[in-house]
Design a protein around this ligand. Sequence first.
Ligand SMILES: Nc1ncnc2c1ncn2[C@@H]1O[C@H](COP(=O)(O)OP(=O)(O)OP(=O)(O)O)[C@@H](O)[C@H]1O
Ligand SMILES: [Mg+2]
Length: 603
Amino acid sequence: MASDERTGRRIHRNRESVPRTAEIIRQTLYQRKYTVIAVILMMLAGSAVMLVQPLFYKMLFDRVIPESDTGLLWWLLAGMVATPLIAIGISYFEGHLRVRIGYAVTVALRKTVLNHLLHARLDAIEQVPRGSMVYRVTRDAGKIGDMYIKQELLPVVSSTIVLAGVLVVMFVLNAELAAVFCAALPATYLVTRYLTRYSKEMDREVNDQGKVSESFLYEVFNAFRTIRMFSGEGHAMKRWAEHMDRFNRIRIRGAALHDIMLTFPNEVINGLVLGVLLGYGAFQAMDGAVTIGSLVAIMAYAPRAYAALRTVLTTYTGTRLIKVSVESLNELFDLPLEPGLRGSFSPQPAGVEPPAGVEPPNIEFVNVSFSYERGYELKDLSFRVNGGEFVGIVGPSGGGKTTIIDLLTRLQEPESGRIAVAGRDIREMSLESLRNQIAVVSQDVFIWNATLAENIAYPDTGYRPEAVEQAVRASALEAFIDGQPKGLETIAGEGGVALSGGEKQRIALARAFMRERSRILILDEATSALDALAEEKIRTAVEEARIGRTTIAIAHRLSTIRHADRILVIDGGKLVESGTPRELVERGGIFARMYDAQALDFE
Ligand SMILES: Nc1ncnc2c1ncn2[C@@H]1O[C@H](COP(=O)(O)OP(=O)(O)OP(=O)(O)O)[C@@H](O)[C@H]1O
Ligand SMILES: [Mg+2]
C-alpha cells in the first residue's frame, strides 16, 4: 500500500473512453502502414538474400567439385561476395526506417499522455508523484517505441516468415533431417515461456523501484535550498543510497537469472540439435540417402532457422515484458478527466479570448457541500457576490477559503449544491469559458522558467508589449523591471528562483491584470508578501481593476480588504459572518477579534 502510494500505481479508474497505449500504438503503425510494409519487405529481401548462401554450398559439393565445373565456381564466388553486401545495404535502409517508426510511436505516446495529464482531474493527478510521471512519459514510452516496436515487434514478422521459409527449404532438401531439427522447437518454446513469466515479475519490480527512485530525485532537485538550510545533505545521501541498494538488489538478482537462464538452456538445445543433425546426417550421407551438398546446406540452414526462432521467441518474451510499461502508461490514461470533458478533448489553444461578457457577473453558492478524503469539509455553504461587488473573504487558516476558489474555478467539484456565475450553473459552461472569465492570483504563484514578459503574458504568446508594460505599472513592478539587466526579457529561472517572494506575487498580479476580458478578479493572499508601500500601490491598482469586475479578495491582513463592499468570514467550512467591515467590527464576532488583534500591533 505504502509503496503503491509512492509509485502512484493504483489510482482512480477512468470511466470515459480515452485512447490507451495499445490503441495509440496501433493508430501510429496504421498511419505509417506503408513504411511498416516497406520495412517488412526489406527485411524479407535481406533474409532471402542471405538464405541463398547455403544453396551455394550445396552446388559447391554436389556439382562444382564432383564435375570440376570452374565456370560455375566463379559464379558461386561472385555470389558469396555479393550476397552479404546486398544484405547489409538493405539492412541499413530498413534499420533507418525502423528507427523512424519506433520513434513515431514513442512521440505519439508522449504527446497523447501529456495531453491527457493536462486534462485530467487535479485531485487525481496530485496523487501521482511527479517523478513517477516523468519516468512513465519518458522511459516507459521510450521503451515501448524505441525498443519494443523497433527491435522486437517489427523484426518478428519477417523472422516468422524466414523461419517458415527455411523449414520448407530444409524439408525439400531432406525431410528426415528437417524433422530432427523441428524436434528442438517445442523445447525451446517451453523454456522461454517459463522464464518469461519470471522475468515479467522482475521487470515490474525494476520499473516500480525506478519510479520511486526518480520521484525521490525529483523531490531532492526541488529541495536544494531547504537541504542546505537544514544540513540535510547526509539525510538525502542516505536515502539515495537506500534507493540505489534496493535497485541494485533487484537488478543483480534479475541479471544473473535473466541473462544466463534465458540464453543458456536454449544454447544447450541448439548445440544438441546440431550434434544430432551432424551424426544422423553423416549416417544418411554414408547410406547415400542425402547428398553431401544437401547435408552441408542443412547444417548451414540450421543456425539461421534457430536465429529466426530466437527472434520470434524474444518478441514473445518482449511482448509480455513490455506489458509492464504499457500498464504503467495506462495508469496515467486511467486518470479521470476533468468534469465536463468526456472522451474526446483537444489541447486548448494558448491565450483564448474569453466570451466578451461586458457586465461583471454575480457569483452564487447555493448549499454547497464538499469534502476532501482526509475529512475536511465545506458544509452547506451559501453566499452571493453581486456583479461588480468587491468582497473580502477572511477567516482562520485552513478554514476553506482557497477551497471556495477551487470550487468556483472547478478545480474541485462540490458533492452537492450549486454554483452559478451570472445566473448560470457553472456545470453548464465549458471549463474553458468558465476559467477565461476569471483572473486568479493564487496563493501559490507559479513562475515559468521564461522571460518576465512571457510570465506576465502567460499563456498568450502573441501579446502586445504595451499591454505588458501597463500590467507592470499596475502591479508596482516598474522599478524592479528597470533594475534588471535585460528588463522584461530577463529570465525568471526555474520556479522563479531569481525572484523574491514579493516579486513573484507582483508578476502573478500583472498576469491577472493582463486578462483584460476576465470579468471576475480573484486575489488569494495576493499581496501577503508585499511591504506596506507596495501593497498600497497594488490596492490602488486593484481599485482601478475592479471597475467593471466582480472582485473577491482573500486576505489575512485586514488592511488589504478594508475597502471591500462586504466581508465574508469563513471558519470550519462555514460562513460564520457577513457584512460591511464596519458592521462586522461593531458586531463583535470573529472579525472584530481579528481586527482588534491586528490593531494591537500599532498600540
Ligand atoms: N488537496 C487536498 N487534500 C486534502 N485536504 C486538503 C487539500 N487541500 C486542502 N485541504 C484541506 O482543506 C482545508 C481547507 O483548506 P484551504 O486551502 O481551503 O484553507 P484556507 O482557508 O485557504 O487556508 P489558508 O488561509 O491557510 O490559505 C485545510 O484543512 C486543508 O488541510
Ligand atoms: Mg488558502
